[in-house]
Design a protein around this ligand. Structure first.
Ligand code: F6P
Length: 370
């Protein structure tokens, strides 16, 4: 039987998401009040346990006021020593940083580790078991694409920001009879675009799962004009791509992005309408989490501590419908939860006349005479 837990660590890894601080708060409060454990906050993700440990003790008073605060008080690292390399389709990891982390965790007397991070971070955490570190994962990504998890915290906040942006774009688009393209986050999965597009009443939604055709978008815009709506709103996930093309990267930074500008330019040319782009970017990740995300983050953080107390490790806390449950870390690694093409929300959107850029408006397509 594993030794009883007295002290645990908590870290945030990968890109930030609204609700990270709420998870930290829940971990600390539950560990302290329910189990009497000590908690160390590890700074800058896994990197904080490399070299001289960058840690700070966290107790109830250290996490006061954290529930509504965006970002992460512990800082985060995206690409550090633990990054895996893909060689011939296989993930290869340098064991040295894992050994160093484990040695530091032992020296600090950490009996468990709560890893708040996305798919890449959970992959790192799952490796830690073979080095004697007991870790439980809490899924984080605004993209909502963690495999095995119905909803990650941070998604609701991003969705709320994107929906408000669509609401604001509607009034200005209508005033000038323009096509407004809103580029939102969503690298491999278009959940933010899909949900905000439906919630904000977009006319066209472009997601990575459905390669689009600019002619289909232009047809939709012209069909709307024909029916009396001279403006159109297009929501485009940054990872969306044109049929036969590939994802677009910005020349200056090398980061994903720019597909919205491409769509606006092409649709403008094809329709002879004024088409503009707005890139929402990191506004979707910053600021206060919504009440939904605060509650979800709190439930995830508490559940992670309870799981450690019950002797579990190598698992990620996830939501399944309204319930909190777990999946194995090894099961989430390397997998992305994309939108199934037969998803009810896609069906609903299509039924409302929302285009996905993969159809051509039958009213404008010449039909052969019967
Ligand atoms: O993974 C979430 C995400 O928001 C992606 O949609 C986006 O491509 C990425 O983070 C951007 O990350 P960074 O801020 O590191 O460029």
């Amino acid at each position: 039987m594993a030794a009883p837990i007295r002290r645990i660590g908590v870290l945030t890894s990968g890109g930030d998401a609204p609700g990270l601080n709420a998870v930290i708060r829940a971990v600390v409060k539950t560990a302290e009040f329910e189990y009497g454990w000590t908690v160390y906050g590890i700074e800058r993700g896994f990197e904080g346990l490399i070299g001289k440990p960058q840690i700070r003790p966290l107790d109830g008073s250290a996490v006061t006021g954290l529930l509504p605060r965006g970002g992460t008080i512990l800082g985060s690292t995206n690409k550090g020593h633990f990054r895996a390399m893909r060689v011939d389709g296989e993930l290869i990891r340098d064991p040295a940083p894992y050994k160093e982390l484990a040695a530091n965790a032992r020296r600090l007397g950490l009996d468990g580790l709560v890893v708040i991070g996305g798919e890449g971070s959970q992959g790192i955490a799952s490796e830690l078991a073979s080095y004697g570190v007991r870790a439980i994962g809490v899924p984080k990504t605004i993209d909502n694409d963690l495999w095995g998890c119905d909803q990650t915290f941070g998604f609701d906040t991003a969705l709320t920001v994107a929906t408000e942006a669509i609401d604001r774009l509607h009034t200005t688009a209508a005033s000038h009879d323009r096509v407004m393209v809103l580029e939102v986050m969503g690298r491999d999965a278009g959940w933010i675009a899909l949900h905000s597009g439906l919630g904000g009443g977009a006319d066209i939604i472009l997601v990575p799962e459905i390669p689009f055709n600019v002619d289909a978008i232009a047809s939709k815009v012209l069909a709307r004009e024909f029916r009396g709506s001279a403006f159109s709103i297009v929501v485009c996930a940054e990872g969306a791509n044109e049929r036969g093309g590939s994802q677009v990267y910005q020349e200056a930074t090398g980061t994903l992005g720019g597909i919205g500008a491409h769509v606006a330019t092409q649709v403008g040319k094809l329709t002879d309408k004024d088409a503009r782009v707005v890139v929402l970017g990191h506004l979707q990740r910053g600021g206060q989490p919504t009440p939904f995300d605060r509650i979800m983050a709190t439930r995830y953080g508490s559940a992670a501590v309870r799981l450690l107390a019950e002797g579990h490790y190598g698992e990620v806390v996830v939501s399944e419908g309204l319930a909190i449950t777990t999946v194995k870390m090894t099961d989430t690694a390397g997998k992305v939860r994309t939108i199934p093409l037969d998803h009810e929300i896609i069906q609903t959107a299509r039924g409302l006349g929302i285009g996905f850029g993969d159809e051509v408006d039958p009213e404008l397509t010449p039909q052969p005479l019967a």
